[in-house]
Design a protein around this ligand. Structure first.
Ligand code: NAP
Length: 244
C-alpha cells in the first residue's frame, strides 16, 4: 500500500493516477477543512500523533512507500514524514510544486514570515488583500490602522485585525475575477505565501496589471529528501518502488 500525505491538488491528482493503475493507495488528510475535496481511493482523516504515531501506522498498515504531497507551508507534517518514515524504514518521496518567480512588471517583496509580512504590507499600503490562509492571521492582529480583505476556505478564528472583511472562497480563480476584486475593494497591497502551482496565480497577474505590490512569504525549509516537482514523476517513482 502507498500512503499519500495530502491536502493539495497534486495529492489528489496523484491518488487518481495511482488508482487508475490499480495501486492500493490511501490518502491522508489533516481534517482542517470542513468540506475537503476528497481524493479518489481510500481516505483517512486526522493526525497520526507525531513521527512516532506515523511510524506505528506505517508498520501496522504494511505501507510500502510514502509520498509527502502536503502543502509547502505544512512544516510539521513534513518533519513528521521525514522522521516517521526513517524510523519505520519506509521509502519517502516529497512531491512539491516549484515556487513562484517574479516576472517583468512585478513588484514583489520577499519576507521570511507572516510577522514580517504584517510589517511590510502595512508599510506599503492601507487596503491589504490577505491570501495567506486562515491560519497565521494572528500575525496581523496588531495592525489596527490598515483595512484587510481576508480570503480563506473556512471562517478564521480570533485573534484577527480589527478592520477586516472576510471572503469565504476556494480556488481556482481567474484573472478577470481577481482584477475586479482588487479594483472593487481598492486594494493597494497583496499578501501571499509562495505556494506555487497554477490554481491561485491569477491574483499575481492581476496585481501586476494593476501595479499593486505583492508581499510574498518565503517557504520554510523542509528536511532534505528525494523530491520531484510534478505528478508524472511521482507516479514513476511509485511504480519503480512497487517493482523493486
Ligand atoms: P502542519 O502544521 O504541518 O501539521 C500540523 C499537524 O496536522 C501535523 O503534525 C499532523 O498531526 C497533522 N497533519 C497535517 N497534514 C496532515 C495530513 N495530510 N494527514 C494527516 N495528518 C496531517 O500542517 P498545516 O499547515 O496545518 O496543514 C494541514 C493540511 O492542510 C496539510 O495536509 C496541508 O497539505 C494542507 N494545506 C496547508 C496549507 C498551508 O498553507 N499550511 C495550505 C493548503 C493546504 P500529527 O502530528 O498528529 O500527525
Amino acid at each position: 500500500m502507498i500512503l499519500v500525505l495530502g491536502g493539495t491538488g497534486e495529492a489528489r491528482a496523484l491518488a487518481a493516477e495511482l488508482v487508475a493503475r490499480g495501486v492500493h493507495v490511501v490518502s491522508s488528510l489533516a481534517g482542517r477543512v470542513a468540506n475537503p475535496r476528497l481524493p479518489l481511493g481510500e481516505v483517512r482523516v486526522g493526525g497520526f500523533g507525531g513521527p512516532d504515531g506515523l511510524a506505528r501506522w506505517l508498520a501496522e498498515n504494511h505501507v510500502e512507500a510514502v509520498v509527502d504531497a502536503t502543502h509547502p507551508f505544512a512544516e510539521r507534517i513534513g518533519a513528521s514524514a521525514f522522521e516517521g518514515t526513517r524510523a519505520a524504514g519506509v521509502p519517502l518521496l516529497r512531491l512539491q510544486r516549484p515556487g513562484w518567480q517574479a516576472g517583468p512588471g512585478d513588484e514583489w517583496h520577499w519576507v521570511n514570515s507572516l510577522d514580517e509580512a504584517a510589517d511590510k504590507s502595512t508599510e506599503l499600503g492601507e487596503r491589504i488583500f490577505l491570501t495567506s490562509g486562515r491560519q497565521g492571521l494572528a500575525a496581523f492582529a496588531r495592525c489596527t490602522r490598515a483595512w484587510f480583505l481576508v480570503r480563506c476556505v473556512d471562517p478564521p478564528e480570533p485573534p484577527l485585525p480589527p478592520r477586516i472583511e472576510i471572503l469565504l472562497d476556494r480556488g481556482p480563480y481567474d484573472l478577470d475575477g481577481e482584477s475586479a476584486l482588487l479594483r472593487d475593494h481598492r486594494i493597494d497591497v497583496l499578501v501571499t505565501k509562495d505556494s506555487g502551482g497554477t490554481m491561485t496565480t491569477a491574483k499575481l497577474r492581476a496585481a501586476r496589471e494593476r501595479g499593486i505590490p505583492v508581499v510574498v512569504v518565503k517557504r520554510p525549509d523542509r528536511p532534505e529528501t528525494t523530491t520531484v516537482e510534478d505528478v508524472p514523476a511521482a507516479v514513476a517513482w511509485v511504480s519503480a518502488m512497487l517493482k523493486a
